[in-house]
Design a protein around this ligand. Structure first.
Ligand code: KIV
Length: 302
C-alpha cells in the first residue's frame, strides 16, 4: 500500500529566493477570504497576497485609497484560517506606513501578530527604503512594489504603465536596487515595459514578481477575481481570465430562483422524513387535544 504524500513544507521568504536561484518561477495570487485562500493553496500557489485590491474587487470602493487597516486585518485573518502552506503576505493599505516609521512598524506588526500573515508588501521606491529598513530590522519580511502603484494614482494621473521613458526606466532600476539594498526579499513590478522588467530582474538577487511586466520576471501575480472571472469590469491588458465564475454563479442563481418560483425545489430528496407511526400519533394527539390557539381557527387541513 502506498503511503500518503508527505505534507508540503511551508513557503518562506528564503524559499522564494531559492526559487529564483534555481530559475523556477514564483507563483502568487491574491485572496481575501477563507474559500479563495483554500482554492489558491490547493492549486499549489507559492504565495497568497491579501491585496488592498480587496477595496475594489470585494468591498466595491472606487479605488484602493479608502481601504483601512482594520478591513485588511479582518480579511487577512479569514485567509490565514485556511492554514495554507503558501507564504501569506499582507498588503499595507494607504497611510498605514507613509505617516511615520513608528506607524509602519506598528501596522506591519499587526499583520503578523493579529492577521496571521508571514510578511507585508508596501508601495514605493527609494523614498520607502528607510521604512523597509525599519521593518526588516523589526523582524518583518517585506516585499516592495514599484511601477504602477495604485495608492499613488492621483499623483500618477490614473492607472498608467510606468517606466516607458529612458528617465523613468532608470528611476525604476534605481528604486529596485534601493529596495533590495534596504532588505526587501522580493519586488512586485506592476505595468512596466517587459524589457525594463527583464533588466531589473537580471540586476537583482531577490525575485521580481510581475503583474503586467512581461515573462522575464522571476514570478507572476494576478488578482483572484480577474483570474477566475468573478468581475465583469473592463480588464487591464495584462490580465488573463481562466474561468467565468460570475456568469456561472449568475446561471446557478437564476436556476435556483426559477425552481423555487415553480415549486420544483426543494424536492423530496432535500426534505427530512418522519416515520408514519410518529405522524399518526401526532395527528391523533392534535385531534383529541388541539392547541387552544388552533381550535379557534378552522380545523386543521390534513
Ligand atoms: O493589491 C493587489 O492586489 C496588488 C497586486 C495586484 C500586486 O497589489
Amino acid at each position: 500500500m502506498s503511503s500518503p504524500p508527505a505534507p508540503r513544507p511551508r513557503v518562506t521568504p528564503p524559499s522564494l529566493r531559492a526559487k529564483k536561484a534555481r530559475g523556477e518561477p514564483v507563483t502568487m495570487v491574491t485572496a481575501y477570504d477563507y474559500p479563495s485562500a483554500l482554492a489558491a493553496d490547493r492549486a499549489n500557489l507559492d504565495a497568497i497576497l491579501v491585496g488592498d485590491s480587496l477595496g475594489m474587487v470585494v468591498l466595491g470602493y472606487e479605488d484602493t485609497l479608502r481601504v483601512t487597516m482594520d478591513e485588511m486585518l479582518h480579511h487577512a485573518r479569514a485567509v490565514s484560517r485556511a492554514r495554507p502552506r503558501a507564504l501569506l503576505v499582507g498588503d499595507m493599505p494607504f497611510l498605514s506606513y507613509q505617516t511615520s516609521l513608528a506607524d509602519a512598524i506598528r501596522n506591519a506588526g499587526r499583520f503578523l501578530s493579529d492577521g496571521g500573515m508571514d510578511a507585508v508588501k508596501l508601495e514605493g521606491g527609494a523614498e520607502r527604503a528607510a521604512t523597509v529598513h525599519a521593518l526588516v530590522d523589526a523582524g518583518i519580511p517585506v516585499i516592495g512594489h514599484i511601477g504602477l502603484m495604485p495608492q499613488s494614482i492621483r499623483a500618477l494621473g490614473g492607472y498608467r504603465a510606468q517606466g516607458g521613458t529612458a528617465t523613468a526606466a532608470r528611476r525604476l532600476l534605481e528604486d529596485a536596487l534601493a529596495l533590495e539594498g534596504a532588505g526587501c526579499f522580493a519586488l512586485v513590478l506592476e505595468a512596466v515595459p517587459d524589457r525594463v522588467a527583464a533588466l531589473i530582474t537580471k540586476s537583482l538577487s531577490i525575485p521580481t514578481i510581475g503583474i503586467g511586466a512581461g515573462s522575464a520576471c522571476d514570478g507572476q501575480v494576478l488578482v483572484f477575481h480577474d483570474v477566475v472571472g468573478l468581475q465583469d469590469s473592463l480588464l487591464p491588458r495584462f490580465v488573463k481570465r481562466y474561468a467565468s465564475l460570475l456568469e456561472e454563479a449568475q446561471r446557478a442563481l437564476e436556476s435556483y430562483r426559477q425552481e423555487v418560483a415553480e415549486r420544483r425545489f426543494p424536492g423530496p430528496e432535500h426534505a427530512y422524513p418522519m416515520p408514519d407511526e410518529e405522524w399518526d400519533l401526532f395527528r391523533r394527539d392534535l385531534e383529541k387535544d388541539p392547541p387552544a390557539r388552533l381550535s379557534k381557527k378552522a380545523p386543521v387541513a390534513w
